[in-house]
Structures are given as C-alpha cells and as structure tokens.
Design a protein around this ligand. Structure first.
Ligand code: F6P
Length: 326
C-alpha cells in the first residue's frame, strides 16, 4: 500500500538535534506528497492517539532548539503486546501508514516491535550515549560532548590553581563513549568507563604518577556506568590521602546539563541528513530500518540487527588516551 500519511515521534532521553530531525522528517514527507503528523510524548502518545498535524510551517523555528518540541517519554506499557496493539489501533484510526521513530536503543527496540505488527517503520539514530548499533555516531552526541568538555576545561583551571584532583562524572548509561571522548579532548589523567573497569587503587596510582611527573592537577573523567562512580572514587581518594602527603579531592556530576544544550551545527546537519534518509527509505519501500551513518555514509540497517544490540567499543581510542597521558 503506498504511503500517504506518516507519524513522527521522539522517544527516550531527549537529545539535542531531535527538533532538527522532526523538521527534516516532516518536510521530507511533504516533498514526497505525504502528510506528516507529530506524536506527542513518544510511544505513550502513539498508544493514546495523541497526534498533531505537522505542515512545513509547523516545524519552522525549531531547528536551533534543544530538546524535542513533541515531548518524549519512557513508556514501559508499550513493551507489552497489548500496548503495541493499542498503538496499531490508534494509527489505523488516524489513517497513518508508517511511523518514524527518533531515539536511541530502547526506542529502536520499540520501533522494531511496532514493525512486527505490520506497520512500516523507519528509525533515526538519536541518543547522547552513542551506544546504538547501526550508526557510528548518533544525534546529540556532539552537543553533549561539547557541553561536557566546556565544564571539564573550566574544572581543570580551578583544579590547577589549587593542585586539586577533580572527578567529573558524565552521562552515557552503560556506555563509556562520552567519557572516553571527553577525556581525550579534555586531556584527562585518567578515564573510568564501564567497558574497561578501573579500580579505585588504579585511579589513586594514576593520580600519584601524574603529580610526581610535575602536574598541578589530576583530572579523572568517570562514566556514570563505570564500576565505581565519582562519589565512590572521591571517598576512596580522601581516605587514601589521610595518612600521606596528598592533594585535595573534589567531584562534579554533570548530569542532565549535558542533554539540554542548543544543538551544534554538526548535530543539526546529522539530524537533517538522517531524517531525510529515513523518509526516503520509506518511500523506496525500504522499511523497518534504522537510518544511521556508517563509515561516513548514510546507511539503512534492518531494525532486527539494531534492537537490543550494542556497538563495539573503540579500543583504539582508549589506547590513544593512555598514550597521551604523560
Ligand atoms: O540515554 C540518555 C541518558 O541521558 C543516559 O545517559 C542517562 O543514563 C539516562 O538517559 C538518564 O535518564 P533520565 O533522563 O530518565 O534520568
């Protein structure tokens, strides 16, 4: 059946650039002669039939805004077959033929589930965690990384003034990508990520080593999913330093600040390209795929190869970070 109407939703944690993706998906749909509808609050709105018409003017002025103007949600009810059937019924009542899902791992698993009910789906890779298989880079990562980096650069200045050690915790759920990149770009003395567990003793040894090489600060970037979080590491380092000449320790948890930024040029362009590619895929009949960037090329990967999978960790970059700590 030829597509005439599509629904666009954003789901899971918001990511800077989602609005650019909504805009590009809606306008690309119009370029194919289709009608576009936005779904409020992700899969929750999909089940409730909470849709709004998205003409080209309705998506004007959102390109440069962070967050998602459609709203997002984590909707556990959609995991059940009953929840999915409610969504299918609501789509059919609104005469919607296909759905575009902008989101990360959990959202693309939801997109895959929806596709098994016979609804044509296209996913768009969007999460600040960059843990999604099927795309080397996801929408929101660049902005979140730059926000983390600005904080790290500032913390390094004050750390140096006081010869302090700073533990900076960044987001990423179970993935160390953001921490690794922020650590490399921020010149961290030590990076703690879930993929390569680091003990508190190893962190203390790295810091001792740095000070003994004449450094005036110790910067440790900690992924939120690391074996020991920033608070645990800070507590250990304070105890460790009690009976020996030491340095003061402070910690900072960056948290959601990383998610709420104005999308960088890179995220806006990535979002625009992925969204247009997703809609074009639907138009070609290439359905139930994720639009991503692989080897700097736009690529459609079957959702069945994306749902629940994690992409391999870039070991070479971890080695680079180690090499550069001197
Ligand atoms: O998936 C994006 C993310 O920001 C993760 O980095 C983080 O673990 C999680 O979402 C936080 O979720 P919430 O916004 O529900 O607290």
């Amino acid at each position: 059946m030829p597509i005439k109407r599509i629904a666009i939703l954003t789901s899971g944690g918001d990511a800077p650039g989602m609005n650019a993706a909504i805009r590009a998906a809606a306008r690309s749909a119009v370029s194919h002669g289709w009608e576009a509808f936005g779904v409020r609050r992700g899969f929750a709105g999909l089940m409730a039939g909470d849709y709004m018409r998205l003409g080209p003017r309705d998506v004007g002025g959102i390109l440069q805004q962070g967050g998602t103007f459609l709203g997002s949600a984590r909707a556990p009810e959609f995991k059940s077959p009953e929840g999915q059937q409610r969504a299918v019924d609501a789509l059919s009542a609104a005469g919607i033929d296909a759905v575009v899902v902008i989101g990360g791992n959990g959202s693309q698993t939801g997109a895959h589930a929806l596709s098994t009910h016979g609804i044509p789906v296209a996913g768009i890779a969007s999460t600040i965690d960059n843990d999604l298989a099927g795309s080397d880079i996801t929408i929101g990562v660049d902005t979140a990384l730059n926000i983390a980096l600005e904080a790290i650069d500032r913390l390094k200045v004050t750390a140096s003034s006081h010869q302090r050690a700073f533990l900076v915790e960044v987001m990423g759920r179970d993935c160390g990508y953001l921490a690794l990149m922020a650590g490399i770009a921020g010149g961290a003395e030590c990076i703690c990520i879930p993929e390569i567990p680091t003990t508190p003793e190893q962190v203390a040894a790295e810091l001792d080593d740095s000070y003994s090489r004449g450094k005036t600060h110790g910067l440790v970037v900690v992924a939120e999913g690391a074996a020991h979080d920033a608070a645990e590491l800070a507590a250990y380092l304070v105890e460790y330093g009690k009976n020996r000449p030491s340095y003061e320790v402070r910690s900072s948890i960056l948290g959601h600040v990383q998610r709420g930024g104005i999308p960088t040029a890179s995220d806006r362009i990535l979002a625009s390209r992925l969204a247009a590619h997703a809609v074009d895929s639907l138009a070609r009949g290439e359905i139930n795929v994720l639009a991503g960037m692989v080897g700097n090329q736009l690529k459609s990967t079957p959702l069945s190869e994306v749902a629940g999978k994690h992409k391999p960790f870039p070991d070479d970059l971890f080695q680079l970070a180690k090499t550069l700590v001197r």
